[in-house]
Structures are given as C-alpha cells and as structure tokens.
Ligand binder design. Sequence first.
Ligand code: ACM
Length: 518
Amino acid sequence: MISFLFKISGCILVGFALLSLQACEGEPQPPTHLAQAALIPIPAQVIETGKSFSIKEDKQVFLGEDTEALQALAGHISSQWKALTGYALARSKAASQGQNGLHLTLSDSLKGEAYRLSIGQRSIQIDAGTADGIFRGWQSLEQLMRLQQADEEGNISLPTGEIEDAPNYAYRGTMLDVSRHFFTVEEVKAYIDMIAMYKINYLHLHLSDDQGWRIEIKSWPNLTTHGGSTEVGGGKGGFYTQEDYQELVRYAQARYITIVPEIDMPGHTNAALASYAELNCDGKAPELYTGTEVGFSTFCANKEITYQFVDDVVREICAITPGPYFHIGGDESHVTKKEDYILFVSKALEIVAKYKKIAVGWDEIHQAELPVGTVAQYWRNAENASSAVRKGARVLMSPATYAYLDMKYDSTTELGLAWASLISVERGYSWNPDLLEAAISREHILGIEAPLWSETIADLSDMTQLAFPRLCGYAEIGWSAAEQRDWAGYRLRLAKHAALLEGMGANFFRTPEVDWEK
Ligand code: ACM
C-alpha cells in the first residue's frame, strides 16, 4: 500500500490507497493503539493494527448463527448501541465477513466464555463458542465505546486490532444483602447493569436474615407480610414477589449473569421465627429485629415442621431459579448446638439435592458431610474451608479481610464496617486466590465472590459507594490471569473509568490512591 502525507493550511491529510483521513490541528486524533485501551478486566491478549474504526456510518448487527440466544443478544446490543451513540444499529441475518457492521459469529474453535473481538476499519467481529462468550466480547466492545466517548455528533472512534480473551475462573460473583436493608427491583437492576460491564457472571442475593425475609413464599405467606415488614434501623423493609424475583432473574440472564438465591439458616433466622411461632423450639414467636447483632437466632433442628418449612421454601425458590446453585447460608449459628447444626445442615443439603440444585454454604458447613460438588464459601476461617476441601467440596473465595465490599476503605470512610480490615482499593486488588491459603489450591477453587452486606447502606448511592471501584478489581482478579495483574498498571487503567462509572450512575469512591481522569 502506498501512503503519502501533505500539509495543507494547518490540516494534515494522510492518504492511503483506499482510505483518506483528515484531522485539523487541535482536533483530537482518532485512537489507534488498542493495546493502550484501559479495559478492566485486562484481556489475555491484544494485537493492535494501528488504524481506527468510526462508529458514525450506518451499521447493522449480522448474526452468524441465527440462534434464539443470539437474536436476543443482538436486540440488547442494538439498544445499547443506540443509547451510547444515538445511531441505530439495524439487524440482519448472516452476512459476508467484509460487510460494514458488527458481526456476531458462533465458532467451534472457542469454548465457554472465551471470545475473539476483531476491530477492523469497516467492521467489527465477535467470535465465540457460545452466546455467553459473545456477550463477554460485547462487554469489552461496550467498555471501549464508553471509554472513548462520543463526540457531539455521536461519533466514536475505536482503535483497530484483535483481542483474544478468556476467564481465569468460571465463577466471578458479587453478593448483595437485600435483607439488612431492602433494595428495590430497580436498584438491583441498576447494580446488575454495572456489574455486567466488568464481566461479573453471578449475583448472589442474600434474601433472608434476622432483620427481614425478602422473597415471597406462597405456602408460608407471613414470611413476607410480617417478616419482610422492617429492616435495620426500623424502616419499612419490603420484599420481592415471585414475579419480581423472576423479573430480576430474566434481567440478569439477558446480561449473562446467574442469580444465586440464599436463604440463610439455621441461624440468622429471626424474621422467619417471628413470622411462624411453630419454627421456634419453645413455640413462641420473637419480636421482629432491627438491630445489627448476629448469632442469636436458630431454627429448631429437632422439629419435623422445620424440614417441611425448608422443603417448601427451597422447592418454591428452585422452581423460579434457572441457575444451578442454591445457597443455604449456615454462618454464625452461635446458639445452635453442634449436633443440631450438623443435623440441620445435612438435611438442608439433602433438600437442595432433591430439587436438583448444587448447594453453596458459608465455610461453617464443613462440619456436616458434604455431597460431591457442594460449594463452601470461604469468608472467615481457612481451617473450615480446608476441611470442606478435604471432604470434596469446591471453594468460593470471599475472604472478609480482602474481598468484603462492606469494609471501610480507610479510617475516614463513613459507610461500612471495619471488623475484618480496612480494605483500600489496592488491598482489595492485590491478592491472589490461588495463593492465599496453602491448603486451598487452584484445583479446588470455583471462583471469587465479593459480598456487600447492607447493615450501613440503604440505597443505590450508598451501595455503589462501597462497591465501586473495588468491585472492578475483584472482577479483574476473577477474569484475568495472575501474571497480567499488577497494581501500578491497574491504577492507571482504573483512573480512566471515572466517567464510565459516573455515566452508569455509580456514586463511586474517588479514592486518593488513583489519579482520576476528568
Ligand atoms: C458472614 O459474613 N457472616 C458470612
């Protein structure tokens, strides 16, 4: 290809055989270095080709394989594209590769969530083995578009090149406690949009605790009418009808996020015990609770009705949960006798298996025999998690000292707690799940989850202040290989996410650890 360069009255004209590109002095140059893009999580491999792609012209989404999942995804992508650029993205069935547009193609050579994103000067191609992988590729593209930002005419220029990418762990999650404070369907949807941007693929909802029961159970209606009627501090609480919950499940599914429901038991159950006297060993219902103590409540492990109750709750929730997991809690049951705890957890695990789900529980569940495939969530006690591993469990890594989103950033943070540690953005980012505990190694680890407990947060603004930017770091630990992660490079990339986070409505913490870009 012949190239030549003229300078005409303050403008540089660069001509190529087929393409010419004009830029006046003072105008921003289109980006040409894909490897410098501030993507979080950082992709496995980036090859830049040194040109740029302009989004301005009319484009179409072409579907390589016209599956239902890709159709739905193309619908999602075109509406996001319109929202970001103001330009409509037309939809069309399979087209030849050279055609202008965005090509979504299922390809046998890639597996699971792995994807290839190829940005040419005229068209963009996302290849993956599954719709899930195509979605992850789209998240990289959407992030690139948001990082570049549109000019006044809605034009966005992207650097050309190819990204090859695949996740480090299969499970990359966050937990939201909707029990200590209730969050509306709209607030949870907003959070889902934000976490999807960083390739989080599981949202664990902590649906019950001492302070509130948040999911309608049709066979035990008092759980929500009474048990859902308050929250920490005495507010009015709230709950999701089964239709609300299904709406959240669908909303998350459309963003390739799986909901993991948790009913915490046998402790953390005051809201249920207050709703049904028969669940208490003494047959007396306690008052509702709006404080923040833990460890004072328990189901009665020796009553038949307890297991009828657990069966009904698990059955109703499993029936509206397409994902593979059901979380039984199991933490801080300080007033349950050890033999009662083991009996209760064993029976709860059997019930979860009966409804064809994989059980997850906090690390204390190691005391019971664990069916093959059970997941122990390591939060506090490495010995517990190691014992679960010896019993054949897989581990979800949520060490409170590194990964709890409700810990304060520093001593001046107003929201949050500090019992585990202060967790700066650097501390939250700079650890390796594979190396944290000698007895828990790579082959035992299902993934990482960052829990957000809600004793001190009451709305989306509070929620996002504690979650962001730390969750971006957990997302990178979950997705990107350890060799690619380093704080010095990460903080420079994170600095470029201020406008992106703000644009999504996150009231993120502008930590002084990062020199945020305007
Ligand atoms: C927990 O933080 N109680 C699991």
